[in-house]
Ligand binder design. Structure first.
Ligand SMILES: O=C(O)[C@@H](O)C(=O)CO
Ligand code: MG
Length: 260
């Protein structure tokens, strides 16, 4: 059965961020992930993580001005210096958390912009990040985001991620395969997962369409978990969903798919 990591951005929101580590450990998780740790010092976050013997599966580089609608800056022409500085900041956290997988968000490409130029920019910045972070044994991942939740995201489909990873051409670049986004962008999940297995370094899950518990909605995760095992993926699977009610009650889905 796959190994699940609690996404602390979405789960355990009953607690302040730093208390979610304890809540996840108490619920039986051995690993966590989250979007951004930057409101707290690396030491504060590391103390909570290591205090409960948890593994940090993944987090994201700074995304630019999130409140203003930015969803990453790595594909935005003219933001290269800011991006390079953000790699250094993320590295400080990754070292403190002993985190070996970091997600670099591409950003949004306005409909009237030169998409090829954005893709070139993203590939160049991914190359930079992969080289700098690779010295610490870190893998850099690209995640396609569906264009209903994030209109005009530069990388909406696994095929777009594959293209830019190939263009960047570094061995420590990979794909973050979020079944929620992949389903919304066309589905065919089993075949798409298998076709991209060579690049997949992290997985995330949620129900579709509401992004609630994996057992709520149109995706048959019991089938997919068996497939994931059969194909030999042994990395973490991030539980990145919005609980319908409280987090602990919602975690009954783990029993329903035979995971615990
Ligand atoms: O799927 C998501 O939304 C996240 O994994 C992410 O990193 C961007 O918001
Ligand atoms: Mg995701």
């Amino acid at each position: 059965m796959p190994r699940f990591a609690a996404n602390l951005t979405m789960l355990f929101n009953e607690h302040p961020f730093l208390d979610r580590f304890t809540a996840a450990a108490d619920a039986g998780f051995e690993a966590v992930e989250f979007l951004f740790p930057y409101d707290h010092s690396p030491q504060q976050v590391a103390d909570m993580l290591h205090g409960r013997g948890l593994t940090q599966a993944l987090f994201n580089l700074p995304p630019g001005d999130w409140a203003a609608g930015e969803r990453g800056i790595a594909g935005l022409p003219g933001r290269e210096q800011e991006f390079q500085d953000s790699v250094g900041l993320a590295l400080d956290y990754a070292k403190a958390l002993n985190c070996k997988t970091l997600h670099v968000m591409s950003g949004i490409c306005p409909p009237d912009a030169d998409r090829a130029h954005y893709l070139e920019t993203y590939a160049g910045n991914l190359r930079f990040a992969a080289e700098m972070l690779g010295k610490e044994g870190i893998t850099v991942v690209v995640e396609p985001l569906n264009n209903r939740d994030v209109p005009n995201y530069l990388i909406p489909r696994p095929a777009d991620a594959r293209q830019v990873i190939n263009a960047a051409g570094a061995g420590n670049l990979g794909l973050q395969f979020d079944f929620y986004h992949a389903q919304i962008m066309g589905g065919d999940l089993s075949r798409s997962f298998e076709a991209n297995l060579d690049l997949i370094r992290h997985i995330q899950i949620a129900g579709v369409p509401e992004r609630h518990e994996p057992t709520v909605g149109e995706i048959n995760y019991g089938y997919l978990f068996a497939l994931i095992d059969r194909l030999g993926y042994d990395g973490w699977i991030g539980c990145e969903y919005k609980p319908r009610a409280d987090t602990l009650t919602g975690l009954r889905w783990l029993q329903q798919v035979g995971a615990q």
